[in-house]
Design a protein around this ligand. Sequence first.
Ligand code: PMP
Length: 392
Amino acid sequence: MENLFSDRINDVPKSFIREILKVTIDSSIISFAGGLPNRHFFPVKALQQAAHDVFEEAGNEILQYANSEGYLGLRQFISHRYKQRDGLDIPVEDILITTGSQQGLDLLGKTFLNEGDDLIIEEPGYLGAIQAFAMYRPRFHPVPVTEGGMNIDKLAQIQDERQPKLLYTVTNFQNPSGISYNNANRRAVAELIRTSSCLIIQDDPYGDLRFSGERKISFKRLLPEKTVLLGSFSKIVAPALRLGWLAAPAPIMNKLVIAKQAADLHSDYLAQRILHRFLCDNDIDAHIATIIAQYGKQKEAMIGAIRDFFPADVRFTNPEGGMFLWITLPEGMSSMALFEAAIKQKVAFVPGTPFYVDRKDSNTLRLNFSCVDEQTIVEGIKRLGQSIKELV
Ligand code: PMP
């Protein structure tokens, strides 16, 4: 059997996070390990109503095959929202509905990457993107991301040496670090890319989840012809719908549609129609405001508890939005060893290792703050602080 599998599938590891989440099924464990939106904010009743209404009105239509680009009404909603929120003109024709933004990553890999092609990713970077791109066997070039954004010198060096095809970035409240690029850093990245043949993939599932600070400039404004934007309804409505989108200039879109047709013909049309109805009949901004008010409080609780209970030489990011923050333990300390110790204290997190393409261990870890209430956060961080002190 073993020799039947493709090299492609043999080379890509299983999602480490999914493996870790198995440990946290035990309900007595305080888990900062997940990457899930808080289920209390799923608009259950409103989606139920939207489903009821579209079935009543167009039952035969919504159960039929549909076009690959996606439901026009939903694409119009997305285009309009970019205009309203960011002043960006993105025509409906440039928007492709995808089966979650995760599929967007796969379609981009399929469309652009030959084996051995050079691809820039953030370090640490989104594990799901590493996994999706790894299927196409590129050469990964990690560029460190720290408070404020990408390391420009390293980016320039890779640009010079390799002329990579793609640069993958999560510029707002990055998964895993919670870091956002400031405007100066975005401009510096754009200047380096402007004269190259590289495309920027700006993956932005968290951009709407800002609880403090100002919205930052999009690469789509800085480099409209060289930027592919990815968006998602997972964090602002519900992930089970599996609906996201890609926004790309026409020549790229034509190829992406071919990749999309080969993958699944089209994303779930029923889900698209229910979601569209929900978006027409409800105030999505009010819904998002409710979510971020709570996430903001939970983040504050976590930061406060870290200050109270972690040793002073542990560093942490303090995100203005999103669902994660990033911890850097003292040099030489293993986050894998801490994971083992913390599980005994019934606290879980994700060790930093899977967010790097080339490390076996690290002194970093990701903490999720979206799913745990403030009181439990304080208790969990207290236990984790204790585990860190015991390891020193
Ligand atoms: N990109 C990033 C950075 C993410 O964190 C996630 C979800 N964890 C995704 C893409 C995939 O999201 P979805 O497919 O649900 O839209």
